[in-house]
Ligand binder design. Sequence first.
Ligand code: LMR
Length: 399
Amino acid sequence: RLSGVEMAPPDPILGVSEAFKRSSDPNKLNLGVGAYRTEELQPLVLDVVKKAEAKMLAAGYNKEYLPIEGLDSFRKATVDLLLGADHPAIKQDRVVCIQALSGTGALRVGAAFIGKFMPGTKVFISNPTWGNHMNIFGDERVEWAKYRYFDPETVGLDFAGMTADLEAAPDGSVVLLHGCAHNPTGVDPTPEQWKAIAELCKRKGHLPFFDVAYQGFATGDLDKDAFAPRLFVDSGLEVVVAQSYSKNLGLYGERVGALNLVLADAESAKRVLSQLKRIARALWSNPPTHGARIAAEVVGDPAMFEEWKGEMAGMAGRIAKVRGELRAALEARCPEKDWSFVTKQIGMFSYTGMSPKQVDNMTNKHAVFMTRDGRISLAGLSSAKVAALADGIVDSVRN
Ligand code: LMR
C-alpha cells in the first residue's frame, strides 16, 4: 500500500547539515543551519546551563509529567523575559503562555489555533522568510501569502512594499513578523518603522504574530531585542508570540520554547489557554521537562541570569567580530563591490545575495555548505576560516 510514496525533498536548511556530514572534504565548513559554534567550530554548552543542570541533578527531580501547559516557573520566566517582569498585562492576568517544542512547536500550536478559531483568515509572511514557516502554516491548512520585505537593490528593508502589501491584505489578517534579527536577511525595521507597522495593524485589525527566535542575539541585550513585541503590546494590540531558547540559551536539541498570547482581558485569556491546551494535548500531550527546568533555573536566579547575559553577549560579540573580519576580507579581495551589508545585517546570518548557481559553486568547489537562498550562518564561522570563505565568495560572485 505504501510503495507509491514519493521521496520528499531534503529540508532546505537541515538538509544542508546532512550533506555536510556526508562530505569527506577536510576543509568543509557548515554555514547552513543557524547554530552557534566556538572559534574551534565546536558546539557550545553555556557554563550557566551546566550550572543549572548540576543544581537540578542535586535537587533530584523526578520524571513525572508536566501539566499540559508546561512548567509554571518556566512559563513565568518566559513571559517576564518577553514583556519585562512588571508589565501591566501580566498583572492584569491577560497574558497566556503555553510551553512548546521550541519555536517550531510554538508556531505550530499558533497555526492550529488560527486554523480552528479564525477559519478563513490568511497569514501574511515576509518574503523571504525562514523556510519552515510555510511548512508549519501549510500543514495546518492555514492559507498564507507573502508580503514584500527585502529590497535586493538597497540590500535593506522594502518598507514601502511591506506596508502597501499589509494595507492591501484583508482586514483582520494575521501578520507574521520576526521579533528581531530577521531570518534570513538580518534586516529589521527601525523603531519608527515598527511604530508605523503597529499602527497599520491596529487600523486594519490585523493580528500580529511574532516569531522571536533570537532575543539577545540581535543587540546582545534581551530587553532591546524585545522592543517590537513590547511596542505592539503597549499600543493596545492583541499579540501572539512564539519564543525559542534554542539560540540564546543554546538549548537547540532540548526543544525549549513557548507560545504567548497577550489578550484584551483576563476572561478571554482563560478561555484561550484552555483551547491551546486542547491543541497541545493532541500534538505532544505534555511538554518535556529537562530544558524547561534549565531555562527556569537560569532566568529565575539573579546570579545565573547575569552570567547568562554575559555569555550571550560573548556569543553575539564573536559573531560581530567575524562579521567585521569577513567584510574586511571581502573588501580587500573585491574592492569594486559594496560589502557594507555584511556588517549592517544583524543576528546570526548574512544574506549574501548569491544565486543558487553561485551557492552550488561555494559548496562544490569550496566545500562551504550553505542554504540555496544565499544565506550564511556567521555563527558557524571562525576567524581562522574567514580568508578561505572570502576567497570562495569572491570566486563565486565573479564567475
Ligand atoms: C535556521 O534557520 O537555521 C534555524 O532556525 C534552524 C532551523 O530549525 O532551521
